[in-house]
Ligand binder design. Structure first.
Ligand code: NAD
Length: 341
């Protein structure tokens, strides 16, 4: 009889399996976009259950299923949740996620693990990849807006993918959060981190701006935009549509999914008939070398991501394999013997 054995990994064990190694995460994300671009991944757009309703939500549950083919061959689903209340409650993250991995032949689940930090690592790895292909040559000064969970991993990501950076302004409405992160990363990254609250003033001194805030209203306005800048918009509502209209090229993580989210700035322009699919470049094309990304020093570039379930499954699978080698985790069973076959 085929046994139902599920390896459960709590967050500490996922970390012990190597999750906080940003280089490894960037490799896993690059491989995911390669396979996506080669048609080896099935990644349905995420569905979002927003409570109490899609507009006035205070929390949501996203379901993110996928199948990764190629030499990986694994099914996965992330249950990705966010709560505004958590943002004001000490001791609980704003986003809380869990991943299930399944064998595509038997369809038995073989791993369940905390994916809260997988989300944080892969989200900023995507920002890092966008920056790698779109940041101005010799980019020295960047502004990161949002010093929360994703802000922390954004520092890790740009440290790997934009080696020319000398100064990063880390902005948050809550200066203490930015100061604490700057202190945590002092000496651990290749650039100086300057904590600040006035993100517009910092952006004026920067050529790369990455936003990862919980803001529900746009604060990056047209007057932030100048020639040669790259804007990377990791959350939903931070940038005015005029920032996109001023941009010479638009980049997204995955067109098929992003246009299902009417809140995304790219989707708003698409729904208004201002852009079409061919006006937008996907990250898979950058990773596969089908598109160069930035073409000239003067271009204004805009990138947007919604997050891909396949990234989570790819990383979770890598962590599962590492955990098996290290003997980590707790084995669970779905049943001793299935009652009805
Ligand atoms: N694209 C993706 O794949 C993806 C994945 C996960 C999370 N996200 C998004 O990233 C965002 C951040 O998530 P998090 O877990 O880091 O949240 P968090 O609560 O840990 O941090 C958000 C930070 O943004 C700050 N902030 C809010 N409004 C601001 C403003 N106008 N200016 C400056 N700072 C401001 C808050 O003070 C807070 O420190 C969320 O909107 C989330 O939906 C995107």
């Amino acid at each position: 009889m085929i046994q139902s054995e599920i390896l459960f990994l709590k967050q500490e064990e996922v970390i012990e399996a190597g999750l906080l190694d940003m280089k490894q995460i960037l490799d896993a994300c690059t491989k995911t976009y390669e396979l996506l671009g080669q048609g080896e991944i099935i990644n349905h757009p995420k569905t979002s259950t927003r409570i109490p309703d899609p507009v006035n939500w205070t929390s949501f549950f996203n379901s993110m299923p996928c199948y990764i083919g190629g030499d990986i061959k694994v099914g996965g689903i992330k249950w990705a949740c966010e709560s505004k209340k958590n943002a004001e409650t000490p001791g609980i993250p704003y986003g809380i996620d869990i991943e299930i991995l399944s064998d595509p032949d038997t369809v038995l689940p073989f791993a369940i693990m905390d994916a809260t930090l997988i989300t944080a690592m892969r989200t900023s790895a995507v920002a890092g990849l966008f920056a790698k292909y779109t940041a101005p040559k010799n980019c020295k000064v960047a502004t990161l807006v949002g010093a929360g969970v994703i802000g922390r991993t954004a520092l890790m990501a740009v440290n790997e993918t934009v080696p020319t950076l000398e100064t990063v302004y880390l902005c948050d409405l809550d200066l203490k959060k930015a100061e604490d992160l700057a202190a945590e990363f002092k000496g651990k990254v290749n650039f100086e981190i300057i904590p600040a609250t006035d993100s517009k003033a910092c952006a004026e001194k920067s050529t790369l701006v990455i936003t990862q805030t919980t803001s529900r209203t746009p604060f990056v306005t047209k007057d932030w935009v100048k020639k040669g800048m790259t804007f990377i918009n990791m959350a939903g509502f931070e940038m005015e549509l005029d920032v996109l209209r001023e941009s010479n090229q638009l980049f997204v993580d995955y067109w098929t999914q992003i246009i299902t989210n009417s809140g995304k700035a790219v989707t708003k322009l698409y729904n208004a008939g201002e852009i079409k699919k061919d006006d937008v470049v996907e990250l898979a094309d950058l990773v596969l070398g089908k598109h160069p990304g930035r073409k000239t020093d003067d271009e204004i570039l805009y990138c947007s991501s919604m997050g891909l379930g396949a990234l989570d499954a790819m990383i979770a699978y890598a962590m599962y394999k590492n955990a098996k080698e290290k003997g980590l985790g707790t084995v669970l069973k779905q049943w001793d013997k299935p009652l009805w076959e």
